[in-house]
Design a protein around this ligand. Structure first.
Ligand code: MN
Length: 274
């Protein structure tokens, strides 16, 4: 005799029951887009006249010893913008009166992603900038950017994330990492329906963006438009151009400007399940 619950589900399958079945069966896979958090996770470095963000640090409280014989635990210290993290609108002066990280609606934390691949361009030119024409070409091929979703820019930069110097890629003229032009940043922020921009680099702006007009245009325009940033993403090569669903979980730090986040993507595998 068949399981009546299973029979009922088969008759009238709920979307969530179908999701659970697809996850268990491997037709939907979970891709972890998050960089591991350690004391060597790269962090942004500003010119010395500015305040600096902290690297991630663990402080052991006890480890099955006289400080706590049966338990292991740590305190940690971290910047809000250390490692894979979520930028809230109030991170930038243009969004100073807008949402803090704890006020980002939970419904925004689960959203589709469009993935623009500029890996080849970024490999040839560390200062490569995405222009509106690149996104227009993507839309011609894949359809409109997702309303209420993310624009992810895949650059391959996460392959450098094991070391601060290669990740920041700075010389005497400053950091050299790919990003968006000021014009493109403004267009994404003000004219497209996405909720934010996700990148593989240390911040949403290009390495040279301190010299753009305005300086740091992705931060300036996105935060000023109430939009978000996701940085230091990994494994974007495992995402299709469209169709992935991203779950971004920043810590709800009340009044905070951002937070380290576990970022996952649900990806449908149309070929052989693995
Ligand atoms: Mn940030």
């Amino acid at each position: 005799m068949s399981d009546p619950t299973a029979a009922a589900a088969a008759e009238s399958p709920s979307v969530l029951a179908a999701l659970v079945a697809a996850l268990r069966g491997g037709t939907i896979q979970v891709v972890d887009l998050t960089a591991p958090l350690t004391s060597t996770t790269p962090v942004l470095q500003l010119p010395p006249e500015f305040g600096q963000t902290a690297v991630f640090e663990l402080e052991e409280i006890s480890r099955y010893d006289d400080r706590g014989p049966a338990w292991y635990w740590n305190n940690f210290r971290s910047g809000e913008h250390t490692g894979t993290h979520f930028d809230a609108p109030n991170h930038w002066v243009t969004g100073r009166d807008l949402a803090d990280i704890a006020s980002v609606p939970a419904g925004r934390l689960v959203a589709p992603a469009a993935v623009l691949d500029v890996t080849e361009e970024a490999a040839k030119d560390a200062d490569f900038l995405v222009e509106r024409a690149h996104i227009d070409a993507w839309q011609d091929r894949h359809g409109a950017l997702p309303d209420g979703g993310w624009l992810f820019v895949r650059t391959g930069w996460s392959s450098r994330s094991g070391a601060q110097d290669t990740f920041l890629n700075a010389d005497e003229s400053g950091p050299h990492t790919p990003g968006l032009s000021a014009e493109c940043a403004r267009w994404v922020a003000e004219q497209t329906p996405v909720i934010g921009l996700g990148v593989e680099t240390v911040g949403t702006d290009a390495g040279r963006a301190h010299g753009f007009d305005p300086a740091f245009p992705c931060h300036s325009y996105l935060m000023g438009s109430g939009k978000y940033g996701l940085t230091q993403l990994q494994n974007l090569a495992q995402l299709p151009p469209t169709g992935a669903v991203v779950i971004a979980g920043p810590l709800p730090i009340v009044s905070g400007s951002g937070a380290p986040a576990r970022v996952l993507a649900l990806v449908e595998r149309t070929g052989q399940p693995s």
